[in-house]
Design a protein around this ligand. Structure first.
Ligand code: FE2
Length: 493
């Protein structure tokens, strides 16, 4: 018989993830004092039993599953309970119990049967949640949408030290000096997740729908590429840092045990289906990418064009093209941490490109488009984040020729927090809109809300006018429709 945990252990909320037709993974983490500097959330260093129940109704009258899991100190007292044996394509509710303490309840759902003809799939995409840059008002609104899935596209945390210089979240005290340094150790990454996850709006967004994840750079360090660090850390040391960063990532998110990091690597790329309607290929743009030819940020060196360059790495490329070849889905969705469309950064004559995005790996992008073409891929749509701006772009057969075929569609969600209040437009708008295939540039904070049917994808760019203070209302900055069989963007509003 294990002891009861300290009082009030569910302060980081609950979450669910990775919905399959027969179940999902349920997450919580016991942390009665989440901001204890050692990263252990105020928990004694012993394991505890956590029970969970899954019900068909929000009042938990019809409980269909009960189970238990161990919250162990080695994994920061996190729980990752994989639930199976449920019915496809329906809503469920869940909660945890530890001793006599009961967690808040969460709502989640299973994916449809793989053979189901799904009429309607509602999901949101989000990225870049710098807690210190503002309130999570965008998460607050996202939690109120009735979503089947949230697709998180990277930068769930940021590794930078939090000081008075970057703490723009008004009305909240500056976190202590233990938060003022860049995260490098397991304790520091754990503490960083604890800080971000104390936010009630983030907790509400997790409790409202299941999430799936890809990562970008800031879960580890800005602009990292495989074992390369921009601060010149020796590759062996950097991989050790990557290992603890991804361990804390696993501990704090609703991920299956298959995602528990093995050494410096975490399993990110994976394929999911939403009935016959959609195949979702979640891509890993960081762990296997080639090093930058020159600067990580902007460059136009000839090395950029090396046909061997890959942002996915050879094994992931093979896996992706093979999966596309076998796809029979109406829509083929790709989740990418970074922007795929070519974006020339030089307005007027001359050209330059960001090496940190797919532009640093044009040969890989060409191989992907060739796979779409070769396998007759129906309706490819790329969802990305990273740039803290809402962008909609058409993916072109020939970037230099605006009249060339549109081969796919890209929808880039803005940031939840990163870069603070933002504005409808900003100084980078002429650069982005100078690329004729870019159809929207919006510099406010927000997320993307999508409705997918067999006939069309409707995408709405949701924005909030400020995040320095809480309570900004939700707006829809733009709405696009992409019709099945006709890649590209039709602006409706
Ligand atoms: Fe970011």
């Amino acid at each position: 018989m294990r002891p009861a945990p300290p009082a009030d252990p569910f302060q980081l909320g609950v979450a669910s993830g990775d919905p399959l037709p027969d179940g999902f993974v349920l997450w919580t983490r016991l942390a009665p004092r989440p901001l204890e500097p050692d990263g252990h959330g105020g928990m004694p260093r012993v394991p505890y039993t956590v029970r969970y129940e899954v019900a068909e109704d929000a009042a938990f009258r019809k409980v269909v599953k009960r189970g238990q899991a161990v919250a162990a100190p080695e994994l920061a007292h996190s729980v990752h309970a994989e639930v199976h044996g449920l019915r496809p394509g329906r809503e469920y509710f869940y909660r945890f119990r530890a001793g006599t303490e009961i967690s808040p309840a969460g709502r989640t759902r299973t994916a449809p049967d793989p053979r189901a003809r799904v009429a309607d799939f509602r999901f949101a995409t989000a990225s870049c949640a710098a807690w210190y840059h503002g309130h999570f008002t965008a998460y607050e609104h996202m939690a109120r949408e009735y979503l089947d899935l949230v697709l998180f596209l990277g930068d769930y945390i940021y590794e930078y030290g939090i000081t008075s210089a970057n703490m723009w979240r008004q009305g909240v005290p500056l976190p202590g000096p233990e938060h003022a340094v860049e995260t490098t150790t397991l304790e520091q990454y754990r503490l960083r997740y604890s800080l971000f996850k104390t936010d009630p709006n983030l907790q509400a967004a997790h409790a409202a729908a299941p999430w799936v994840f890809t990562t970008d750079d800031h879960e580890v360090q800005n602009n990292y590429a495989d074992d390369w660090s921009e601060t010149g850390i020796a590759p062996g040391d950097f991989l050790r840092r990557r290992a603890v960063a991804y361990r804390a990532f696993y501990e704090n998110l609703p991920l299956r045990r298959a995602s528990l990091p093995q050494g410096p690597g975490i399993a990110v790329y994976q394929r999911r289906h939403w009935g016959r309607l959609a195949q979702l290929d979640i891509l890993d743009n960081r762990q296997f990418r080639d090093r930058y030819p020159a600067g990580a940020v902007v460059d136009n060196s000839p090395e950029r064009l090396d046909p061997r360059r890959s942002i996915l790495g050879e094994a992931q490329e093979r896996w992706l093209y093979e999966g596309l070849r076998r796809s029979s889905a109406t829509w083929n969705l790709h989740a990418s941490g970074v922007v795929m469309a070519q974006i020339d950064r030089t307005t007027g004559p001359g050209e330059s490109y960001s090496n940190d995005m797919w532009d640093g790996f044009p040969a890989n992008r060409d191989r992907l488009f060739a796979a779409w073409r070769r396998h007759g891929i129906a309706n490819p749509v790329v969802f990305s984040g990273d740039i803290h701006r809402g962008v909609a772009a058409e993916l072109k057969a020939d970037w230099a020729d605006p009249a060339s075929a549109t081969v796919g569609t890209e929808l880039v969600c803005s940031s939840i927090g990163s870069d603070g209040d933002g504005a409808e437009t900003d100084g980078s708008a002429p650069v982005w809109l100078g690329n004729p295939h870019v159809k929207l540039y919006n510099a406010r904070r927000g997320y993307l809300s999508c409705r997918l049917t067999p006939a069309a994808l409707t995408s709405e760019f949701r924005t909030v006018a400020r995040i320095s203070t809480p309570g900004a209302p939700l707006a829809t900055a733009a709405r696009f429709v992409t019709e099945a069989g006709r890649p590209g963007l039709n602006r409706e509003a």
